[in-house]
Design a binder for this molecule. Sequence first.
Ligand SMILES: Cc1cc2nc3c(=O)[nH]c(=O)nc-3n(C[C@H](O)[C@H](O)[C@H](O)COP(=O)(O)OP(=O)(O)OC[C@H]3O[C@@H](n4cnc5c(N)ncnc54)[C@H](O)[C@@H]3O)c2cc1C
Ligand code: FES
Length: 264
Amino acid sequence: MSSCNRGLMQAYKLARVEQENATSFSLWLDGELPNASPGQYVMVWLPGVGERPFSLHSASPLALTISCVGPSSKAICALPPGGTLWLRGPFGKGYVLEGKNHLLVGGGYGAAPLTYLAEEALNRGDEVRVCLGAASAKDLMFVEKLREIGADVFVATDDGSQGTQGLVTAVVLEQILHHKPDSLYACGPTGMLMALWDLCEQHNIVAQLSFEGIIRCGIGLCGSCELNESLCAKLGLPAGWLVCHDGPVAKLMPSQAKAKTITR
Ligand SMILES: Cc1cc2nc3c(=O)[nH]c(=O)nc-3n(C[C@H](O)[C@H](O)[C@H](O)COP(=O)(O)OP(=O)(O)OC[C@H]3O[C@@H](n4cnc5c(N)ncnc54)[C@H](O)[C@@H]3O)c2cc1C
Ligand code: FES
């Protein structure tokens, strides 16, 4: 059994594969990352295919959940059990649990790192509510697993095939109004993250949002993952914020909380 080294590629055997929805698969590897935390990612390399970042779905044992969207992700998901994947990491800043009442919001593959975070929070005896959004019921992941481990789960689908019809932000707003969380944690498309940040600003909630970028070096050297300047300005992050190294998770304080800190 392997345990990854941050800088060097290390080989892992694929132990088993589980299909999570129409196009996503969890790859359980023969190894663990005992010092990793939810929200961190590893760089996965397949010879002849390339290298891509993937968030941890579990650290011990090591698991990644991959949505097949393009050539690299499809090739990785096609690897048969017993095949070899090369990993370096874990990299980046993950989520830090704050308070006792957590609201987690996932879109797309975002449900995978958030399931890992939910497990950690529930192990501490905290309250966990999870809102998951998807285009359709067939695109949802981890709804039953999250319920089994003790989280309250609320679903929104664009076509209404499961849960509330519409955007996940409507379900999130309902949760905020009924059980104002100590912190909101999210992973998903940038549009969803920005809409959640608006809600957090309006309701004075600290947010931890996981952003995407084109990650190549993973260690803050090449600059390819720099978050777009206008997003940085909207979020109050410094220009040149690097997804690979400063993130992928950004902790954002709402303006009301900032104002209180300054006037105290
Ligand atoms: C921090 C982080 C964590 C991620 N975690 C997951 C995860 O847990 N599960 C999951 O399915 N996907 C995850 N992704 C996305 C994943 O890395 C790939 O972008 C995705 O699998 C598409 O790659 P592809 O080659 O199959 O598709 P392609 O068709 O080649 O690319 C599709 C899109 O992927 C993006 N992309 C291409 N190259 C890179 C790169 N080097 N780094 C990042 N994005 C790239 C581009 O936006 C591109 O338009 C994560 C991305 C980041 C940045
Ligand atoms: S990927 Fe090279 S600086 Fe972020």
